[in-house]
Design a protein around this ligand. Structure first.
Ligand code: ZN
Length: 198
């Protein structure tokens, strides 16, 4: 039944299409937004469209950024000869929060999953291999410990080894199937420090 009228229902429908937002939360948010000062609502709407319009992939590491190269790739103080391979920009952010990693990253944009039909050609492996033609000393594979993450790590190490570049894998200590994003910084640092050569 249409209690609210189509404008409100439209807003609720859009909000509830977002991940992690159920019908009740969408309703609460919709009413909250409607009650907000008009300028604040406009600022929110603008932040959403600006982010969508201006955010793109870093041409070097493929993380999300709003310039040609992300701040990490632009930073000359970082060690550009050490590349940590992660599945997503969120994983990159998790490692950045530790404040201890000095190298750069490569964001794959997913992991190999035969079950879901995601093959090696569907993630940014080609782009990584291109980067490895430059001056690279170590590749740290920090894909998750899920089946997909492990499959990707194995595939990557086979691909990189013939180049002679050192390949390491973060230590398990990261819970199986755990999203890197939700793991605390101490565990992430331990996983990084305890990495082993593949
Ligand atoms: Zn970058």
């Amino acid at each position: 039944m249409d209690y609210y009228g189509s404008q409100i229902n439209n807003l609720i429908a859009h909000l509830s299409s977002l991940p992690g937002i159920g019908g009740k939360t969408a309703q609460r948010l919709a009413f909250h937004i409607i009650g907000m000062p008009r300028e604040q609502v406009e600022a929110l709407a603008k932040a959403i469209t600006d982010a969508r319009n201006q955010v793109r992939y870093c041409k070097e590491c493929w993380t999300l950024t709003d310039q040609e190269k992300c701040p990490i790739c632009r930073d000359e103080k970082r060690d550009h000869r050490t590349i940590m391979v992660v599945e997503s920009s969120r994983d990159l952010a998790a490692y950045e929060r530790t404040g201890k990693y000095e190298g750069v990253y490569h964001v794959l944009g997913g992991a190999i999953s035969p079950l879901l039909g995601v093959g090696p050609g569907d993630i940014r492996l080609k782009e990584l291999m291109q980067r490895l033609q430059g001056d690279v000393e170590e590749v740290i594979i920090a894909t998750g410990s899920s089946l997909e993450g492990e499959t990707t790590a194995m595939y990557l190490s086979k691909l990189i080894k013939p180049t002679g570049i050192k390949v390491t894998r973060i230590a398990s200590g990261v819970p199986v199937g755990g999203d890197l994003e939700y793991i605390d910084e101490v565990t992430l640092l331990r996983a990084l420090d305890g990495r082993t050569t593949l």
